[in-house]
Design a protein around this ligand. Structure first.
Ligand SMILES: [Zn+2]
Length: 482
């Protein structure tokens, strides 16, 4: 009897499984067609970048952007679009922002072309000015104090933590301007790994050198490229230590300073920074929602951060991630998909320098008893999608889709999802599945936090492929989770 049942079950299983595969492939096709043929993400990102531009938390531009976001999302007939008020920090760059170098050896060093390691002589020539004082490509780090007039000092270059501690303990850093110059490891294929190994210099470097009596900190820009674009980013001070001003210098500039410092003991740097921290300001997360039909009180949140640094237009970081999420919600609606869970596209505010938006979102969700079954974050730019980082608990379900994911070039499934903005959701919902969208990483740090993060550097097809990928992942999560 058992045997008969088993035999009878086989054709049935084949039939249903085959039908399932057909409908899966049809859904992939519908979603990618909608993104690539009738996509809206690229045009909306263009509007955001060109009518609003950079959106630093607490700035007038960020508030203008939130008005635009609410209006734009409101034009798509989602079930609801609303803002979630939250106070954010407010730091402002100033017109007064300059870094000068004085060295009699400068032109001879540049002529020697000793920066050939990075093949950047072409860039370096642009720095040369016909005087012995040269203005260099640099910008204040977000959160830095100002200099209160000009600050001049001799430079010490530091390439590792070990060197920092030994020079510090020997008293060499006292009264100096310290350049933290550890470069990206170019051998690391995943550029985020190289970033992770260096970014501590930027974030806590000022206090690390202040501990040894330094008067200011310069940090090599977080980039794989050798060029003249400084990359800003967040920094924080240790309260118990002296607060000192901090700037990022372009990678090519860091190379020149390092070479000169080795040969010219009279090398001097002058900084002048007018940046200030102002009182916190009211801002908001922006949310668009499609209600679930089976589990309306269970949520899948997906999004990116709406704020950006003030250099560039926040196109890849993280306008692209915001558009991925909005477009995913739009695509699923456009293809006639009825979600089982309530789907939320969230544009979190203040990821770059405070994470206040993400913290507030999770807090309000907890207060309202909103159970999140999954959350996805896209904050690695609008480049060609490769796949996803996913909580181990969901990898088996995802593997069933491997064939289709591979067919669309998004079959890379890595253990461990998550991201800064969805971290607080995980804390409140330990069983929720966390997903991080993974695009190709090779060009991200060319533009990250720099004036080059503009709409023109986003490729339309790559952005659309990313949006379709996010839509597909939300659909898979919605189908598989209860
Ligand atoms: Zn970001």
């Amino acid at each position: 009897m058992k045997k008969v049942l088993f035999l009878a079950a086989v054709p049935f299983w084949f039939a249903t499984h085959a039908a399932g595969q057909n409908s899966d492939s049809l859904m992939f096709k519908r979603v990618f067609d909608e993104a690539l043929v009738r996509g809206e993400a690229y045009a909306r990102l263009g509007e955001l970048c060109k009518t609003v531009g950079a959106r630093l938390s607490g700035s007038d531009a960020a508030e203008k952007g939130i008005v635009w976001a609410k209006q734009m999302l409101g034009s798509y007939q989602f079930d609801s679009v609303y803002t979630q008020p939250v106070m954010v920090p407010r730091w402002e760059r100033s017109q007064t922002e300059a870094l000068w170098m004085e060295s009699a050896l400068f032109t001879s060093i540049v002529k020697k072309g000793t920066t050939e390691n990075y093949n950047c002589e072409a860039f370096v020539e642009q720095v040369v000015k016909p005087s012995k004082k040269y203005r260099l490509h640099a910008c204040a780090l977000g959160g830095s104090i100002g200099t209160n007039g000009e600050l001049t000092g001799k430079v010490v270059v530091v390439n590792s933590q070990k060197q920092l501690d030994s020079l510090g303990n020997a008293g060499v850093l006292k009264g100096k301007i310290v350049l933290l110059n550890r470069a990206f490891d170019q051998g690391l294929v995943n550029t985020f790994s190289a970033y992770g190994a260096c970014v501590g210099q930027r974030y806590s470097g000022a206090s690390q050198v202040a501990k040894y009596g330094a008067v200011a900190m310069l940090v090599r820009s977080m980039s794989n490229r050798c060029d003249l674009h400084p990359h800003t980013g967040s920094m924080a001070y240790t309260d118990s230590l002296q607060k000192i001003p901090a700037m990022a210098v372009a990678t090519a500039v860091a190379d020149i300073i390092a070479e000169l410092a080795a040969e010219d003991e009279n090398l001097k740097i002058t900084m002048n920074l007018g940046c200030v921290t102002l009182p916190d300001r009211l801002s908001a997360n922006v949310i668009a929602q499609t209600n679930g039909m089976v589990f309306p009180k269970k949520y899948i949140a997906f999004g990116g951060h709406f704020d950006s640094w003030d250099e560039g237009e926040g196109a890849h970081d993280d306008g692209a991630g915001c558009m991925h999420a909005f477009e995913a919600l739009r695509i699923l609606k456009a293809v006639g998909y009825t979600p089982r869970h309530t789907l939320r596209c969230v544009w979190w505010i203040n990821e770059e320098n405070g994470l206040r938006g993400a913290t507030e979102y999770a807090k309000i969700a907890a207060e309202n008893g909103e159970e999140h079954v999954a959350a996805l974050e896209s904050d690695r730019g609008g480049f060609t999608p490769r796949g996803f980082g996913v909580d181990t608990a969901f990898i088996r379900e995802l593997k069933i889709m491997q064939k289709w994911l591979d067919a669309y070039g998004i079959g890379t499934i890595e253990k461990g999802g998550g991201g800064a903005d969805i971290g607080p959701i995980k804390k409140a919902n330990p069983n929720a599945i966390m997903v991080g969208f993974i695009p190709d990483s090779q060009r991200y740090f060319d533009v990250h936090h720099a004036e080059t993060d503009i709409f023109e550097n986003v490729n339309k097809r790559e952005l659309e492929m990313g949006a379709a990928s996010v839509a597909i992942m939300i659909w898979i999560l919605d189908q598989n989770l209860d």
